[in-house]
Design a protein around this ligand. Structure first.
Ligand code: NAP
Length: 281
């Protein structure tokens, strides 16, 4: 039976590390790091994500600012707000919660964020630095996964790592971080002709497809490390990942649960990025 990778516990550890840095700043009478979050539209999931981000900021002692817009916000209004936040010395990190309302070009908006304040690391400048192996900010989900691997002393050097998914926010940067750690990386996607062929030979599987039940125990080898990024709803409406937990846990050496695995780490790494932005500021 696999060791369960406890993302909640590691995320709590990260938060306490950040909180102790903030406490030192406060004791020294220094300015406190500030994260600005833009929430545009009335997406219920986005509202929950933003609420959680503000809660995390409060827990570690950061200042957080929320800038809300209705569904009918224009691209130029968003760009104007971002320009103001870019110029504001009291703001260290800027995050624009996705998705944005229809008609707004996400790329244009994300590219307007000053790369020095790009705590989501979605700006092409941040992505380019990651590709060159000299990142300033790491995208929160892949960075959280690397931290989990480190916490559980899972060495990836020379290991076969198979990533399912090639999105800009998870799959691609995950591949870059694993390459930087000298893993041998395969990236699968919907056009991959035989997914099981790849997963069966993987030492580490990172499933980030958003498809419940995509990876079952018969698709992994004994002792594989299974990192489940997926966030899906099962037939009963319960949160579940991309991997069939029961059958994979029988064969894996380590596995992340959903919920309680990668999700809490994504939130925690945003705090690290905000602290990094503050320190660079
Ligand atoms: P995305 O942009 O929709 O990308 C999904 C990727 O998976 C695509 O590259 C797609 O291939 C691939 N894919 C989909 N179905 C597949 C299949 N049957 N076989 C092989 N590949 C398949 O999603 P994302 O933003 O990367 O997120 C992926 C999942 O992670 C979602 O469930 C999301 O909610 C979750 N997520 C969780 C966290 C967290 O903190 N836990 C953070 C971010 C995302 P194509 O490119 O060919 O379409």
């Amino acid at each position: 039976m696999a060791t369960i990778i406890d993302g909640k516990a590691v995320a709590a550890k990260v938060r306490s590390e950040v909180a102790s840095e903030v406490a030192k700043l406060s004791q020294a009478g220094k300015r406190i790091p500030c994260l600005a979050v833009i929430l545009a539209g009335d997406n219920k999931a986005s509202e929950v994500y933003v609420r959680n981000k503000k809660k995390d900021c409060a827990e570690v002692g950061f200042v957080s600012r929320e800038i809300d817009f209705d569904n009918d916000v224009t691209e130029s209004e968003l760009l104007k707000t971002i320009a103001e936040l870019n110029a504001d010395d009291g703001v260290d990190g800027i995050l624009c919660q996705l998705p944005l309302p229809k008609g707004i070009d996400e790329n244009t908006v994300l590219r307007a964020i000053d790369p020095c304040k790009d705590v989501d690391a979605f700006h092409p400048y941040s992505a380019g630095l990651i590709m060159q192996g000299q990142p300033e900010f790491l995208p929160c989900t892949p960075a959280g996964i690397m931290r989990l691997l480190d916490e559980y002393a899972i060495d990836v050097i020379g290991k076969e790592c198979v990533i399912i998914g090639r999105s800009n926010i998870v799959g691609k940067p995950m591949a870059q971080l694993l390459i930087a750690r000298s893993a041998t990386v395969t990236v699968c996607h919907t056009k991959t002709s035989d997914l099981a062929f790849h997963t069966k030979r993987a030492d580490v599987i990172i499933a980030a497809a958003g498809k419940a039940g995509l990876v079952s125990g018969d698709m992994i080898k004994d002792g594989a490390v299974v990192i489940d990024v997926g966030m899906n709803r099962d037939a009963n409406g319960a949160l579940c990942g991309d991997c069939d937990y029961e059958s994979c846990a029988q064969k894996a050496s380590f596995i992340t649960p959903v919920p309680g695995g990668v999700g809490p780490m994504t939130r925690a790494m945003l705090l690290i990025n905000t602290m990094t932005a503050y320190n660079k500021h």
